[in-house]
Design a protein around this ligand. Sequence first.
Ligand code: ZN
Ligand code: ZN
Ligand code: FE
Length: 765
Amino acid sequence: MNVATQAIRLTVLGRVQGVGFRPTVYRLAHEMDLAGTVCNTSKGVIIELEGPPETLRKFQDDFEGAMPSLALITALEVEEAKVQGLRDFVILPSESGGSSRALIPFDVATCSDCLEEFANPKDRRYHYPFINCTLCGPRYTIIESVPYDRPQTSMKVFPMCSRCQSEYEDPTDRRYHAQPNACPDCGPKLWLVDAEGEPIDGEPIEQARDLLRQGKVLALRGLGGFHLAVNAENEDAVLLLRQRKRRGPKPFAVMTADRDGLAHFARISNAEWDLLESVRRPIVLVDKRQPFELAEALAPGNPRVGVILPYTPIHLSLIEGFRALVMTSGNLAEEPIAKDNDEALKRLAGLADAFLLHDRDILMSCDDSVAFVDPGGAPAFVRRSRGWAPDPLSLPGAPDGILAVGAEMKNTFCLTRDGQAFLSQHVGDLENLETFEHFERCLEHMRKLLGVEIRAVACDLHPDYMATRFAESLKGLQPIRIQHHHAHMVSAMVENGLEGDAIGLCLDGTGFGSDGSIWGGEILCGSAQAFRRVARLQPFRLPGGDAAVRQPWRSLLGVWLSELDEEAALQRLSSLGELDPKKVRAVAQACLHGVNAPWTSSLGRLFDAVSAQLSICTQVLYDGQAAVELEAAATGQNAADLPSLTLDRHADLWQLSPHALLEALLEKKQAGVAIGPLAAGFHRSVVQGFVEACCVFRQEGGPAQVVFSGGCFMNRLLDAQLAEALQSEGFVVYRQRAVPANDGGLCLGQAAIAAAQISTRGQKG
Ligand code: ZN
Ligand code: ZN
Ligand code: FE
C-alpha cells in the first residue's frame, strides 16, 4: 500500500533541555508511529518527523500538551522538510560548541517518584542522598557550560555504573538523560567532619542528627551552597548560632518536614502551602502560631517566621526526628554563601561544630528564594533566587547584550538575549569585597552560559555604588545611568507588560535622586522612555546620613527639625527615654549646620521615624527592622483617628507633609492611646495622602494605571491598603509579583530603560 508521506521540521526554543523534553518527544513519536529525529542544537531543539500528513498534524496538536511539567516552550517554528525515507525515531547526540539558545533549567526539589524510591528499603537508591531524575535535582548550580549535558556539569567526574548508564540511555526510563543521575555505587558521597576537618566515624547523617540533638551547629553542603543548621526547638542552640553568625535579632528561617510539623508553630493558608510545596521551594514568610512551639530566639519581635520544606534528599534524611531545623545561609554576616568544601571549612571555622560535606561540586552558588503570599493570595518575592534563577522575563524588543548591574543592596543583575532579561540569583550587598567578587563571578558565569557579549551597560545614578563603579570600569562602554526610582517604576511596568505612561508609586528606603538628594517617597509618571516627578514626601534632613538607617531616632529628629526650632524638636524626642539627651542635642546641632545631614524624601525613613516616635524601635539591628515592627504593631488593629499626610503644592511638585500627622501621633500617645491603633492609624494616613496625590494628578491629566515599587511594598499592610484605596478611586493597580518590589528587582527596570534609550538613539542615528 502506498501511504503518502510528508516531512516537517520543528525548531523549539525555551526550557527544553534537562527537563525530560526529548524523551517525551520520543514517546509521542513512537506512540504515533512517526519516524524521525530529535536533537539539542545551538539553535534550540530540532525535531524532524516523517509520516502521514494527518498523523503529523496530530503530533503538532498534542505536542505542547504532552510536555513534561518543567518544560517551557517560548518559540516554536514549523517548516516543511524533505522526505528522507526514515524508518525509526531516534534521539541524536547533542551538538556541542557554539552558544545554545535553550533556557538553562532551574534547580528542582526532589520529585514524588524519587521520594518513593528514597523511602523504599528494597530500592537500590534507598536513602541515597543524591537521588534525582529527569524531573528533579540540581541544574543551574552544577552547570559549567551549555548545552546542558553531563560532561558540562560537575557530574562529569562520576562515570556511571552500568545500571545507571542503561537508565540514562533508555528513552523509556524516567532517568533518560538525567544529567545528575547517580547511585550509591557510582555517584557522589556524603561524609561528616568535625570543626578541624577530621572525619567523624559512623553513618554521616545519623551522626549529624546526633550533633543537632546535642545543640551543636552543623554546616551542611546542600544544593546552592552551605547552610548552617541547629535544632529549632533548642533556644540555646539558636542563640549560639545567632551569636556566632554575628547576626543580631534578624529572623532565621526554619525547615520543617511537612504540614503537620508546620501546624505546631505557624498558621498558613492553602496558597501559602502551595507555594511552600512548589518544585521551586522558596522560603515562605508565614504567620507564627501562638503559643510558638519553637525557640523564641528564631524571630524575636516578629509575628512572622520564614519556613521552607526539604528540597534535597540530604534535607529529608537530616530532618527526621526534628520538628524543625534552623536553616540559614552558610556565611558570616553579609558575606556570600560558601559553596566549596575547603572554602567552607575555612570561612565557617568558628561558626560550625561539624561539617556535612559531599563531592558533587556546586559550580554556581544560589541562595534560597524568599517569598510571601499577599492578602489577595498571590505570591510575591522578597528575594528571587534558587528555583527561579536563571529564568528570564520577557523584554520585547530589547537588543542582545544589555547588562543591567542593579543596585548596591540586595543586588541582582540581568543580561538580555532574544528579547528576554535573564535575572541573576540573589548576589547580596555589594558593600563588602567578598560579595563584589561574587558579583563578578556570577556575571561571568551567566554571560558564558547565555553566550552573549556585553554591548551596553546600565547602572544606577548613585556615583558610589560598587555596581556603578563596575559599570564605569567596562572598557569601551558608556554607562547608561538610570535614576533609582525610574528603574523601580519601569521594573513593575515591564513585568506587567504595560504600554504608555503609568503613575509610579515608588515608596522606598533610599535611592539617589536626579537632583542629588535622596529620594524614596515619590510619585513619578512616565514609561521606559522618560519620567517626571509628580509628587514627593516633604524632604527632611537625615542626621548622620547612613547612621540614620541604623538609628531611627535620627530620622525622627530630622523630620521634626525640618518643621520646628531646635528646642521644640528636641522636646518631641524627650519622651524616648533610652536616648542620651547630650548626644541628641549634638546631632541636632550638626544637622542644623548641614553637617553630614543629606536631604531626603524617603518614606522608608519616615516609617523609621514613626517607629521611633511610638517607642517601637529606636535602634535597628537588621535591615528594615523598624518598619517590620511598625507593621507588626499595626496588624489587626483598629486605626486611631489621625490626620492624613497633608498635600500641598510646592513649586512644580505636589508635596506630602507628615507634620500634622506626627503631632497628632505624639499627642495621642501621650494621652495614653495604645501603640497598635496609632501604628495602624499611621499606615492609613500615609495611604490617604498618597491616594489623594494620585487623584489630584489624575485631574491634571495623569494616567489611571498605577504601578507599585520600592522596598516599602515589603509591608503587606501598606501594599494591601494602598491597592484597595486606589482601586476604589477607579485606578488600575499593578504590583511586582514576578520580581521583588525591593532593590532585588531593580535591574529589570534598568535593562528596559537602557533598551528604550538604545532604540531611540538608533532611530535618531
Ligand atoms: Zn525525581
Ligand atoms: Zn550507578
Ligand atoms: Fe530602592
